[in-house]
Design a protein around this ligand. Structure first.
Ligand SMILES: Cc1cc2nc3c(=O)[nH]c(=O)nc-3n(C[C@H](O)[C@H](O)[C@H](O)COP(=O)(O)OP(=O)(O)OC[C@H]3O[C@@H](n4cnc5c(N)ncnc54)[C@H](O)[C@@H]3O)c2cc1C
Length: 510
């Protein structure tokens, strides 16, 4: 490490979404502690997909002091209230996993227990009717949530943006705040013979960039953590067999833009539809063990609703993660650390969390404390494991038996951590409680119920409540949600409105 009083020299390798998010965060949030250099190579480019996000990204935008309207305009972003899952549990059925709650707890008992009781009596409306986020999404309406404790505060939102525009936006922001950018191909890594730490990166034209801490954002190549330090890969293909995507943008088929992502199950995986201001993102995430790349390309072409704007592009990936994301003085963020398929739009979130933990555990001039490294790796593990289990649930909780792929995922052995969660739910409608990590009660309930996994029983205490009163309360909630939605502007109208979020060159700006 450097002398007392001087800054920790951070070198970020890679200028994709992960690289620029890391560089911008470090320079903005640790201005007196870190200096930041970033190396990127136009010859290699970025993955350039990754268009749907989770609500946590708003915290990122806010914390860095980025103006939301300017950001949305620059990245042609739309609002996202959740994901509409179609044909997952059973062909012909769909449900929305919302960024928001279903009803609220009464007398310390979760809302879903009351709903299950009414459902048992044959008196319940679909669960989604009790979620403002679901109802607004279904009506194509959007308004920012209220900041109080009223019904209008019971949801959140994320963005759907053009991944090829997000990087440049973050680059401009980061460089304006003091990040030094180096365009060039990194060809060699210098290491200290004794500690094994990385000391400098050499570029093809001879430039040498020295640092104290290196953040590997080199994407799937994982040049520092994987290739240089040889950090072991934990493969999760047996649980998440999808290993390819055929991505193809197309025009909007309608003059409206949905405030949500659609994920439709396919014979060998699923396909996404992500509405941006200027186009629709489409992609078929598939298992190459079950269909060929040509078949997947043909399927996505056939399924796209608008006119294709490009030929399908194949992206290859391996589901899993590096055993440790921080080793020596190298921290991997983004695809260099691991990848879980985009079914729940979690990859940018995982990068964001790694950045947050890195900032919390950032080394001081005294050097890197191994306890901080261990804690960072523990926190990252928790995040990955949670996301993994939640993704597997979407495949495993199904009655589909119409293809080899669905037969495989329906009957496979799931991780013990997921098996325990499933058991809790099946027996008594319980959700495993945890404080850290992603996906809390409403998310699990949305998928369990949405995919037809109903529990044997629910909390016995709900039987003590007067059934007529419970039914009345739920009906009033439905009514209040419907009224709230009716008062919201249409999603496109909101984007078009005075907020200045619509990019002027977009066809839909008119
Ligand atoms: C099919 C698919 C769909 C996805 N959808 C979503 C989604 O909906 N939501 C979501 O959150 N995430 C999604 N993701 C993940 C998302 O795309 C990534 O998390 C995100 O783009 C971050 O990528 P990255 O920055 O780690 O890597 P990359 O974009 O690959 O960037 C790597 C960088 O490293 C640089 N580099 C590499 N080697 C060198 C070298 N030798 N010298 C110099 N520079 C080098 C490159 O130039 C580039 O700048 C998706 C991913 C895939 C594959």
């Amino acid at each position: 490490m450097t002398e007392m009083g001087s800054k920790v020299r951070v070198v970020v390798l890679g200028g994709g979404t992960a690289g620029w998010m890391t560089a911008a965060s470090l320079i903005r949030l640790l201005p007196d502690t870190a200096s930041v250099d970033l190396i990127e190579s136009e010859d290699i480019g970025i993955v350039g997909v990754g268009e749907a996000t989770l609500p946590h990204i708003r915290g990122f935008v806010e914390k860095l002091g980025i103006d939301e309207a300017a950001f949305m305009k620059a990245t042609h972003a739309t609002f996202k209230l959740g994901i509409d899952f179609r044909d997952f549990g059973r062909i012909g059925e769909s449900y929305i996993h919302p960024f928001g709650s279903f009803g609220e707890e009464v007398a310390g008992i979760g809302f879903h227990h009351y709903w299950l009781e009414l459902q048992r009596q044959g008196r319940a409306a679909p669960l989604g009717d009790y979620s403002l986020a679901v109802a607004a999404a279904r009506a194509n309406r959007f308004a920012p949530p209220a900041q109080d404790h009223t019904l209008a505060s019971t949801y959140g939102y994320a963005y759907q943006f053009d991944a090829t525009l997000f990087g440049p936006f973050m680059r401009e922001f980061a460089c304006r705040h003091g990040v030094t950018r180096h365009e060039g191909l990194m060809v060699e890594v210098e290491r200290d013979g004794a500690s094994g730490n990385v000391t400098a990166l050499l570029l093809a034209d001879g430039r040498r960039i020295e640092g104290d801490l290196f953040v590997d954002c080199s994407g799937f190549r994982s040049l520092l953590l994987g290739q240089t330090l040889g950090e072991e890969w934990e493969d999760w293909t047996h649980w998440l067999p999808c290993d390819r995507a055929a991505a193809m943008p197309c025009t909007h088929a309608t003059q409206d833009i949905r405030p949500f992502t659609i994920a439709t199950a396919m014979p060998a995986g699923w396909r996404w539809q992500i509405p941006l201001q200027h186009r629709m993102g489409n992609g078929y995430v598939f298992s190459s063990a079950h269909i060929s790349e040509d078949e997947a390309c043909a399927a996505i072409k056939a399924a796209a609703e608008g006119d294709p704007l490009a030929e399908p592009r194949i992206l290859k990936f391996r589901p899993g993660r590096r055993k440790h994301s921080w080793s020596h003085n190298v921290v991997a963020v983004g695809l260099a650390s691991g990848f879980l398929e985009p079914l729940e739009s979690t990859s940018i979130y995982l990068a964001q969390m790694a950045i947050t933990y890195l900032i919390e555990l950032f080394p001081d001039q005294g050097g890197i404390d191994p306890r901080d490294v261990a804690e960072f790796n523990r926190l990252v593990d928790v995040e990955y494991d949670r996301v993994r289990d939640f993704l597997i649930l979407h495949y495993n909780a199904t009655t589909r038996d119409d293809s080899e792929f669905w037969n495989h995922v329906r009957t496979m052995q799931v991780p013990d951590t997921l098996a325990d969660k499933l058991e809790l739910w099946r027996k008594a409608a319980r959700i495993e409680k945890y404080a850290d990590g992603l996906f809390f009660d409403a998310s699990w309930i949305a998928v369990y119920v949405g995919q037809g996994l109903l529990p044997e029983r629910h909390d016995a205490r709900v039987a003590l409540a007067d059934p007529a009163r419970v039914a009345g309360a739920l009906e009033r909630l439905r009514g209040a949600i419907a009224a709230e939605v009716a008062a919201m502007p249409g999603h496109l109208d909101f984007l078009r409105g005075e907020s200045g979020r619509l990019a002027p060159e977009d066809a839909l700006a008119a």
